[in-house]
Design a protein around this ligand. Structure first.
Ligand SMILES: NC(=O)c1ccc[n+]([C@@H]2O[C@H](COP(=O)([O-])OP(=O)(O)OC[C@H]3O[C@@H](n4cnc5c(N)ncnc54)[C@H](O)[C@@H]3O)[C@@H](O)[C@H]2O)c1
Length: 258
């Protein structure tokens, strides 16, 4: 028995990376709720199986593919599997990202490289596969996850430091602009969403812990609340839908006015 389902991305095939938890899971569920058939990618097999279960339990189609999207071979295999199963790909959401490098004066080179790789190399590798296919079809949507951190984040800077993450998420903005221009004449749009502080399993406890300090995330957010995953998922859905046909190269802040 399938739940009532919207149609804002009906008949679309959508691939979401980082779909095992957090924003990736929320984005996958929201796209499924509006008619998309999901290909879910992550390195976390059990989280991925849970996202797949949540979608399928409502009678909607989804397949899970375990893939490290920072490596070329698994990314090629992931896209080959998606295209073999569905014959096309309409929407790519590059959600994988995160990581911490620490304060710059003591940051380790390997931590810096890890953060850049997790956020930027993953987006490049997945976008390269999607772009070749979407360009040939003259249709498609690519949505990247940037962050409010692309301009620096006060509480992160003060308490843990993470300039590699800021650099990577600013890089996502530039990557989005560049690829949007490259693909514009093929009718493929490329945009980014830049969340502010969003409560997930991973981030929630940390946000609560620092709220009483001088640079608490709620006090630094004009709308005076931490965002919820649905805030981000709705923005991604909008950019993936036909409602956003004339929007490309944009980084949309979903950050409560930050
Ligand atoms: N949560 C926030 O407050 C927030 C704010 C701004 C931006 N973002 C961005 O949104 C995205 C999602 O954030 P989140 O908080 O949901 O992250 P998260 O850490 O909760 O989830 C990330 C997912 O990516 C997966 N993953 C990690 N490395 C991978 C790899 N190499 N290959 C495949 N999968 C891998 C993890 O297993 C996990 O399921 C990230 O790009 C993050 O930088 C999040």
């Amino acid at each position: 028995m399938s739940d009532a389902r919207g149609n804002r991305v009906g008949d679309k095939i959508a691939l979401v990376t980082g779909a095992a938890m957090g924003l990736g899971r929320a984005i996958a569920l929201r796209l499924a709720e509006e008619g998309a058939t999901l290909v879910l990618a992550d390195v976390d097999a059990s989280g991925l199986a849970e996202t797949e279960r949540q979608i399928k339990s409502r009678g909607w189609p989804a397949t899970a593919v375990i893939a490290d999207v920072t490596e070329e071979a698994p990314v090629k295999a992931l896209f080959a599997a998606a295209l073999a199963a569905h014959g096309k790909l309409d929407i790519l959401v590059n959600d994988v990202g995160g990581g911490t490098s620490g304060h710059v004066w003591e940051a380790k080179v390997e931590d810096w490289d890890h953060v850049i790789r997790l956020n930027l190399r993953s987006a490049f590798l997945c976008t390269r596969e999607a772009a070749a296919h979407m360009r040939a079809r003259r249709s498609g949507r690519i949505i990247n996850l940037s962050s409010g951190a692309r301009e620096g984040t006060p509480w992160t800077a003060y308490y843990i430091g993470n300039s590699a993450y800021s650099a990577a998420k600013a890089g996502i903005h530039g990557f989005t602009r560049g690829v949007a221009l490259e693909l514009a004449e093929s009718g493929v749009t490329v945009n980014a969403v830049a969340p502010g502080p969003i409560e997930t399993e991973r981030t929630g406890p940390g946000f609560r812990q620092i709220e009483q300090l001088e640079y608490g995330p709620i006090r630094a957010t004009p709308l005076r609340r931490i965002g919820v995953p649905a805030d981000v998922a709705n923005a991604v859905l909008y950019l993936a839908s036909d409602e956003a046909n004339y929007i490309t190269g944009v980084t949309l802040a979903v950050a409560g006015g930050r």
